[in-house]
Design a protein around this ligand. Structure first.
Ligand SMILES: Nc1ncnc2c1ncn2[C@@H]1O[C@H](COP(=O)(O)OP(=O)(O)OP(=O)(O)O)[C@@H](O)[C@H]1O
Ligand SMILES: [Mg+2]
Length: 263
């Protein structure tokens, strides 16, 4: 039985799908049989992020509605042979999915894969509640702004009510603001929310330009993003790997960052 990881956030647009796609690619690169489930019912995005939009024939709603088998709904990635995607129903609504259907789906996907990454919806409604209790690990994504952090706190409360213990990823950190003392360090933010810190990802313009080329953050050629996702995956797999403080940007790193921004 593989490990299932649910990625959610309280506030939308904080980078869940970006992170889910990058983590899935990281796992597949490492040879883990990986399934990526786009559970953002009604507005899927992972097919586009992975450049698979023309290959999707069936979705989660077809699967749950018995219009196709789960095998038919799994879209293989052309480059990473260990990666397969199931997309949410574009026309479906979260209430169309019964918790027992989702439970069965998550169990079946976990049984046939080493790693199952579920890109959950934003918010604290039925979409998230439906998935609470289904996964092995829960990751809340937040950006370092007060509204996103407050929403992360609420998401954590919803999960903890179902005995789920989430970890936190702080995304889109702007190093110069942390260095200037304008934004607390990610470690402090995690401490404030009383959540274990799973990873810190800087705001990197490459993420957007990579997405336009159908590349995930795990496929950045120059820069530190792939390594960050490898470390996050290792932590999720139980390796004790401390999350380092943001180091002061060296000249070399600044140079590499600028090069990567131009690519
Ligand atoms: N570390 C990052 N650096 C720069 N841009 C980022 C980073 N992470 C995410 N983004 C950008 O933020 C935007 C929103 O990301 P994404 O769609 O992954 O968020 P989401 O949480 O899945 O949104 P939704 O709640 O709508 O599903 C995208 O344009 C993405 O490229
Ligand atoms: Mg999303």
């Amino acid at each position: 039985m593989g490990k299932s990881i649910l990625i959610i956030s309280g506030k939308g647009g904080v980078g869940k799908s970006t992170l889910a796609a990058a983590l899935a690619v990281t796992a597949a690169k490492k040879g883990r049989r990986t399934a990526l489930l786009d559970a953002d019912i009604g507005l899927r995005s992972l097919d586009m992020m992975l450049g698979l939009q023309d290959q999707v024939l069936f979705d989660l709603a077809d699967c749950v509605g018995h219009r196709c088998s789960l095998k038919q709904a799994l879209v293989p990635h052309p480059v990473y042979q260990d990666l397969r995607l199931v997309v949410g129903g574009q026309m479906a609504r979260p209430k169309d999915f019964k918790p027992q259907d989702l439970k069965k789906l998550v169990r079946t996907l976990s049984a046939s894969h080493d790693t199952l990454i579920i890109d959950g919806p934003a918010g604290l409604g039925r979409g998230v509640k439906n998935f609470a209790g289904l996964a092995d690990d829960y990751v809340i994504v937040a950006t370092p702004d007060p509204v996103s952090l407050r929403a992360a706190e609420k998401a954590a409360q919803v999960l903890m009510k179902s005995q789920c213990h989430p970890q936190l990823i702080i995304n889109r950190v702007q190093r110069h603001l942390v260095e200037a003392g304008e934004v607390p360090a990610p470690q402090m933010l995690a401490l404030g929310l009383d959540l274990p810190l799973l990873g810190v990802i800087e705001d990197d313009p490459w993420v957007y330009s990579g997405m336009l080329q159908g590349k995930t953050a795990a496929e950045q050629e120059v820069g530190g993003l792939p390594r960050i996702f490898e470390d996050i995956l290792l932590r999720l797999e139980g390796v004790q790997l401390p999350v380092k403080d943001l180091e002061k940007e060296t000249r070399l790193r600044r140079f590499l960052r600028k090069v990567s921004q131009r690519l």
